[in-house]
Write a protein that binds this ligand. Structure first.
Ligand code: AMP
Ligand code: MN
Ligand code: MN
Ligand code: MN
Length: 281
């Protein structure tokens, strides 16, 4: 059991890294990557004694990028969390997150909704996410749930939408590779790209030194998974697997709750990648 995409409360996940590790262990996960948005603070907070015996914790991150005016998420795995270039990039991304939250806070105040800043300050996160702002809006009765908070308020067509000037795909891949990591395009079907655009994105990603795309993840229809597996074979990319776990409350996105890779791309499984580090003896 392997899960290469998950979040803690250092970004927009609900659990501490320690609680996440315990949950992963209880669910039988043997290799887990923590991939918080634009933050590696979770990995700094984990002590050797926090990692259950028999579980391999993989250092990771999920970097927000802009491509063709869309937000594309690039996961880095096995990154050196102390690499200066990667940390510079993450600091800039975190500052953009704070700035965007302030912009949204100003728009909210103009609409008479106050209190976002103290709400965010009280959170344990290092990377402020729209997911947190959605929680704030739901708690204040301004949205009935996450979907509505995004469609009505925070998404591209939302009344409080504010964009961030994320780094490019090439910046993210370059930083991940410089930090000895493996770069993965996260949840490719969530970007609403047609086939031509998705192929163009993946070609540019490969050109920049990218390695893989997520082929199996929570809630992905088997037909779509097969299409992504075909793309891996066509474009010589490796195939990753990850739940994108955020909270135990969304049970359909629980750790490890993903389909096996289709048989025809099993030999492209990311753990067969030549740069996949051998486990410590
Ligand atoms: P951000 O990275 O700050 O732009 O926030 C995006 C995060 O919000 C994603 O990683 C998801 O966790 C969450 N999210 C985005 N869109 C939705 C949606 N429509 N419904 C629920 N959660 C969403
Ligand atoms: Mn998230
Ligand atoms: Mn994502
Ligand atoms: Mn994610």
């Amino acid at each position: 059991m392997i899960d290469l995409h998950s979040h803690t409360w250092f970004s927009d996940g609900l659990l501490s890294p320690q609680a996440l590790l315990q949950r992963a262990d209880a669910l039988g996960i043997r290799q887990l990557a923590i991939t918080d948005h634009d933050s590696v603070a979770a990995h700094r907070s984990v002590a050797a004694g926090d990692i259950p015996a028999g579980l391999r914790l993989i250092t990771g991150v999920e970097i927000s990028t802009l491509w063709d005016n869309r937000e594309i998420h690039i996961v880095g795995l096995f990154i050196d969390i102390d690499h200066p270039g990667l940390n510079d990039l993450l600091r800039r991304q975190q500052a953009k997150r704070r700035q965007r939250a302030m912009d949204i806070g100003i728009k909210l105040e103009k609409a008479g909704i106050t209190g976002l800043e103290p709400y965010l300050t009280a959170l344990p996160c290092e990377a402020i996410s729209r997911n947190h702002i959605a929680d704030f809006l739901i708690a204040g009765g301004h949205a009935t749930g996450k979907q509505q908070a995004f469609s009505k308020h925070l998404g591209k067509r939302g009344r409080f939408h504010s964009s961030a000037d994320w780094c490019s795909i090439s910046d993210a891949v370059t930083a991940i590779r410089a930090a000895s990591g493996i770069a993965v395009v996260a949840h490719p079907d969530r970007y609403k790209l047609n086939r031509v655009k998705l192929r163009r994105l993946l070609a540019e990603f490969s050109e920049a030194g990218g390695d893989a795309l997520e082929v199996s993840y929570s809630n992905l229809h088997p037909d779509k998974m097969k299409n992504l597996a075909d793309l891996c074979c066509d474009l010589a990319l490796w195939a990753s697997v990850g739940s994108d776990f955020h909270t135990p409350h969304t049970t359909w996105m629980d750790l490890g709750r993903v389909r096996k890779l289709p048989a025809h791309c099993e030999d492209r499984a990311l753990w067969l990648h030549p740069r996949w580090p051998a486990p410590a003896a």
